[in-house]
Design a protein around this ligand. Sequence first.
Ligand code: AMP
Ligand code: ZN
Length: 464
Amino acid sequence: MKIYNTLTRKVEEFIPHEEGVVRMYTCGPTVYSYAHIGNFRTYIFEDILQKGLEYLGYEVKRVMNITDVGHMTSDSDSGEDKMIRGAKKEGKTVYEIADFYTEAFLKDMELLNIKRPATIERASHHIDTYIQMVEKLLRDGYAYISSGNVYFDISKAKNYYQLSGKKKEELMIGVRDTVEEDKAKKNPADFGLWFTLSKFENQAMKWDSPWGVGYPGWHIECSGISGKYLGEYLDIHCGAVDNIFPHHTNEIAQSEAYFGHPWCKYWVHGEFLNDQSGKMAKSSGEFLTVSLLISKGYHPLDYRYFCLGSQYRKPLVFSYDSLDQAKKAYQKLKDKVRGLKNDGEYQENFAKGYQQKFREAIENDLNTSMMLTVLYDVLKDQSMNDFTKRELVKDFDRVLSLSLLEEEEIDPNLEQYILEAIEKRKEAKANKNYQEADRIRDELLEKGIQLLDGREQTTYKIIK
Ligand code: AMP
Ligand code: ZN
C-alpha cells in the first residue's frame, strides 16, 4: 500500500508498527451543530481507507473522539468554546446539545454507509487521562503554568514545524490572526493544555484538577484518547487539511514529549470540499447537511458516489449540478448491477485478475476513481458471466459501500400481487392440485420472481 504522508510530503510504502495490524486514529466532530457534507467528505475518505486496508488483509483498530469540550471558535486557544456558544444559541445545556448532535452525527454516518469506528469516545469522559498527561508534561519540563493555565512550551518540542512544513515566521502570522493574544503565553504559538476559571468565567463544563477547577485544551483530547486506546505507537492519523496546523502539529508535540519517542508514522489528510464561493464553513451560506440533501430528493449515497469520483487528495467543488450528474451515474450503475442475473459458474481466473486491479487501485494512494473504473470494466466485460460479475460487485462493495446489490424497495402493488399468488398456490397445494401450484410458481418465475419454500412459509426473491 502506498499512501501520501503529510509528515514527509511523499507517497510512501505503508508499513505498520505491528505486522498485519493498523492502529488508526481519526479526529471526530465537534458536536455543537450538525456536521456538514464537507465534514462527511473527510469521514467518507477515512471509511474508505479503513475498508481498503481491511480489503488488503489488515486488521484495523480504529478510534474516533467526539469533541464536546475545549474546541474554541478559533482553532488556536482564543474565542469562545464552540459547545458553550451552541448551547446558548439553542437555550439548552452543553450536555443536551452534545447528546443531540452526537446522535445526529451517528445517524448521518449510517445513512452514508460509513462504518462506525470500533471505539468512539467522548472527550469529556477522559478528563483523568488528560490530567495525568499534563502532570507528566509539567514534570518533564515541556509545560508551564501561567495565570492559572497550563501551556505547552513549543520551544521544547522537537521538529515542531515538520508536519505543516511551514517556517516559524509564517505560523506566527496565523497565530496573530486570532482574535485576542493570550498574554500568559511565553510564546504566542504555545498552546493550552488545561485552562482554569481564570480564562473563561462562565465555562459550563469544568472539572477539578491540580491547577484548579477548569477544562482541558482541545488538542490534548486526541492525544489522550488515542494513547489510551491505541497505545504509544500509532500507524495512521487522519483528518482534513485544516487539522494540520495547529491541531495535529500540537498533538505530535505533546504526544512525543509524553511518550519520549516518535509517535505516529503516517499522517493522512483529506482535501476540502468547497462550495463555489470557496468555503464550506458551518457558519456560512446555505448549511449543507445530509438531511438537506434528502429533503431535496437526493439519496445520501448519491453524495457518497459523488465523493468517490475524486481521490481524497484533490480538492472537490460542490454544486447541485455535479451532484445531479453523480446521482444519474449512480442510478445507472445500480440498474446495471441489478440487471445482472444470478446464474453461471464462478469464473475464478477472470475474477482474480479484476480483484488484483482493484487492490492496485487501493494501494495507489487510495485511488477511488480508479476503483470505480475497475468496477465499470467488470460490468463491461463480455467474456464474464453475470454470476461472476455479481460476486465481484459484492466484493468491491465491501470497500465502496454503495449498497449496489441491495434490493430496491419493492413496489407495494407488486408485493401485493406476489403475496396473493403465494396464498393461491398454498390453497392449490392444500387441495392437492399440484398442477395449479406449479403453474403459479412458473408464472412468477417467468416474471423474474423465484419462490423459496421454507418449512413454515414461502418467501420470494426477485431475480430479474
Ligand atoms: P469539526 O467538527 O469542525 O471538528 O470538523 C470535523 C472534521 O471535518 C475535521 O476533521 C475537519 O478537518 C473536517 N472538515 C471541516 N471542514 C471540511 C470541509 N469543507 N471539507 C472536508 N473536511 C472538512
Ligand atoms: Zn483531533
